[in-house]
Design a protein. Structure first.
Length: 340
């Protein structure tokens, strides 16, 4: 089968399109013929080796974390899916493998695709949708009706879905965006937009109960002064907090201790700023969840959630797709079309 893989960590040049063996589904897996894969900033970070300490790869590694497609076959223990089903999935956090003709995925990570949108568009939902859903949910921000939420980087794939989910929860939503992205975030439901090219967040009078940071860098440091005491900041782009990277990874005791030490060092300044401001700071990585995806699909079919597509690329133009992704100019999701 065709697959986009890399055999060492590095830039876009380490990826290539090659023939690799088609996976055989295990008893609890679903084999999916991929139609479309979605690209995400984490794809570039994984290729660069950002998480290699906690998640080292065996090469060659097939890239990609989310896809939509058609069930080709199922393992002996699979009961919820059958050949011909239209599905979407976030692959295993360490598995990747979405950028290939066929992908074998744990049945618990798979959900039926929404019926009211093209199957190819469903690839825009799994990773970004689950990230937004989990970040706003009770395990992390626990967003409640009436709270004032700030979402940084609202015009991206995660941001546009997070705005919609936050509005469904009854929150007041402020987001950062450029002038080019303002229309999109307002259509998603943002109540207030801060043009990050014109001023810093802290230069304004806005105050927030909770923050979902999708940008990281100086932005997350700057916004600490705008969060009410007792509030919370959850980031997918800032420094990792202790325990956030290893997750359920089966690391040796010594390596787990090393990873935690690195996390403590990297997040020390941020945790200190948060403590001084009287707020909590947490970095998190989303986890695959078929049940959560099913809820998102239901919202799409009810017309309450919409995925925004930035651009689409044929499979053999994957380098152009990654160039668009890594330019950070995307408004919504970048998709790679694998098959019809």
């Amino acid at each position: 089968m065709r697959a986009i893989s890399f055999s060492k960590y590095g830039g876009p040049d380490v990826m290539k399109l090659q023939d690799l063996p088609q996976p055989v589904p295990e008893a609890n897996q679903v084999l999916i013929r991929a139609v479309t894969a979605g690209l995400n900033p984490v794809d570039a970070l994984q290729r660069q080796g950002t998480f290699r300490l906690a998640h080292p790869y065996t090469f060659p590694k097939i890239a990609g974390n989310e896809l939509s497609g058609v069930v080709e076959s199922v393992g002996s223990l699979v009961r919820e899916f059958q050949p011909g089903d239209h599905v979407m999935t976030r692959t295993g956090s360490e598995q990747l493998s979405a950028l290939a003709d066929y992908v074998a995925v744990d049945q618990d990570f798979v959900a039926r695709a929404p019926q009211n949108i093209p199957l190819s568009d469903a690839a825009a939902i799994p990773l970004a949708g689950l990230t937004a859903q989990q970040a706003l949910g009770p395990e992390h921000l626990g967003l409640q009706a009436g709270e004032h939420l700030l979402i940084t980087g609202g015009a991206g794939g995660v941001g546009l879905l997070a705005i919609q989910l936050a509005k469904l929860k009854g929150a007041h939503v402020t987001t950062t965006a450029s002038a080019a992205g303002e229309k999109l975030v307002r259509e998603a439901g943002a109540d207030h937009v801060i043009n990050y090219r014109e001023r810093k967040i802290s230069d304004g009078v806005e105050r927030f109960t909770k923050v979902l940071d999708l940008v990281g860098g100086d932005t997350v440091t700057d916004l600490m002064a705008t969060v009410e005491r007792g509030g919370a900041v959850v980031s997918i782009a800032g420094p990792p907090t202790p325990g956030s990277l290893a997750g359920d990874t089966d690391l040796s005791r010594s390596k787990a201790a090393l990873v935690r030490g690195v996390e403590e060092l990297l997040s020390f300044k941020m945790r200190r700023l948060a403590k001084k401001a009287g707020v909590t700071y947490e970095f998190f990585l989303m986890h695959p969840d078929g049940a959560g995806l099913t809820k998102l699909a239901s919202l799409v079919d009810q017309g309450e959630l919409r995925a925004t597509i930035d651009s689409r690329y044929p499979f053999d133009q994957f380098r152009d797709a990654f160039e668009q992704l890594e330019s950070r100019r995307s408004k919504g999701k970048v998709l790679v079309e694998i098959s019809a």
